[in-house]
Design a protein around this ligand. Structure first.
Ligand code: DX5
Ligand code: ZN
Length: 220
């Protein structure tokens, strides 16, 4: 049996009362807190930035998992370290010098992750997987919460799992987009270690129960 780590995404929170939603996550069995940063360039949406994130990490009791959907993430890695990032994930499609960027993130004391858009092939990780702490597989096109899970993701998850096993990498596999209590077990079965969940948690009438349900052990 494998129990996935759950990372509620604050993107789906009530921004007028973020503190309440962070408290809810603190009081839940969630393992991580997922923070989505969008620049309006890499993705067609803008979310929130460093001042908001710093305020959140001051009160967060969870592992702070930052997902950068931005161009030139290397320009901001140090700022995100100062803002309390435990994991910093950059998009492979936004990095011309991914190896350098990963070393930079680690040298700043953070765990390093790489995210793949739905169209990006897992084979692109071949020469960087040994250096990674996390691989984030996007199961929707990044930019918005509340989208439908893309079924091709199951195949990609098996491919990443095989790559990690073959190379002896320690990287965790995180899945982001359209995760619900309906598909969570299938996603874990296909290889996921960490489940990001935005709307399924925050649209629930009982978010604490939904987080518990997402975190059910799965036979793998
Ligand atoms: C989408 C973000 C996700 C988003 C997921 O670009 O990376 O983290 O918050 O939201 P749901 O769970 O609603 O698909
Ligand atoms: Zn995300």
């Amino acid at each position: 049996k494998k129990t996935p780590l759950i990372a509620p995404s604050l993107l789906a929170a009530n921004f007028l009362e973020i503190g309440k939603d962070v408290d809810m996550i603190n009081n839940s069995v969630a393992d991580w807190l997922h923070l989505d940063v969008m620049d309006g360039r890499f993705v067609p949406n803008i979310s929130f930035g460093l001042p908001v994130i710093s305020a959140v990490t001051k009160v967060s009791k969870k592992v702070n998992d930052m997902h950068l959907m931005i161009e030139e993430p290397e320009k901001y890695a140090e700022a995100f370290a100062k803002a309390g990032a435990d994991y910093l994930t950059v998009h492979i499609e936004a990095c011309r010098h991914l190896h350098r960027n990963i070393q930079q993130i680690k040298s700043l004391g953070m765990k390093a992750g790489v995210a793949l858009n739905p169209h990006t092939s897992v084979s692109q990780l071949e020469n960087i997987i040994a250096d990674l702490d996390l691989v984030l597989i996007m199961s929707v096109n990044p930019g918005f919460g509340g989208q439908h899970f893309i079924d091709q993701t199951y195949i990609k998850l098996r491919q990443v799992r095989d790559l990690i096993r073959r190379t002896g990498s320690n990287a965790l596999i995180e899945v982001d987009g359209g995760i619900t209590t309906q598909n969570a077990a299938l996603v874990v079965e296909a290889g996921a270690d960490v489940l990001v969940a935005g709307s399924s948690v925050f649209a629930s009438h009982d978010p604490l129960a939904t987080i518990r349900e997402l975190r059910q052990p799965v036979t793998v």
